[in-house]
Design a binder for this molecule. Sequence first.
Ligand code: AMP
Length: 128
Amino acid sequence: MPSIFSKIVSGEIPCYKVAENDAFLAFLDINPLVPGHTLVIPKKEVDYIFDLDTPTYHGLFAFAKDLAPNLKEAFGSKRIGITVIGLEVPHAHVHLIPINSMKDMDFGRPKMNPTSQDLQAWLQKING
Ligand code: AMP
């Protein structure tokens, strides 16, 4: 049974796509901590990030690094926070989060429930 993120990779489930190449995909988190909260995944399905082969692991972080400046600019945040949780979806991913304070990275607080218009508007900010 493919993960929900593999279904996004195959196009079975839609996403708000931020960027893509042959091996990696970035898309907006639909229940973000803050506007612009982005997930970066390898297209290859592996549950636990530390089980990725080393080139894919490095490639994932390199792909995330390339996205961060644009994300920071688009949301005018102080930093782009990066974190790995992986308790909900069994497909390796990193969270890129535009942050201005520690509380913007607090996964214990209620997440946002944006409309598709909100998500489209954030995508527009990122991708122009
Ligand atoms: P975790 O596995 O704990 O790192 O959390 C998985 C993240 O994926 C959560 O922040 C969810 O809001 C997000 N998420 C789950 N399903 C989707 C989806 N179909 N599209 C975008 N984000 C999702």
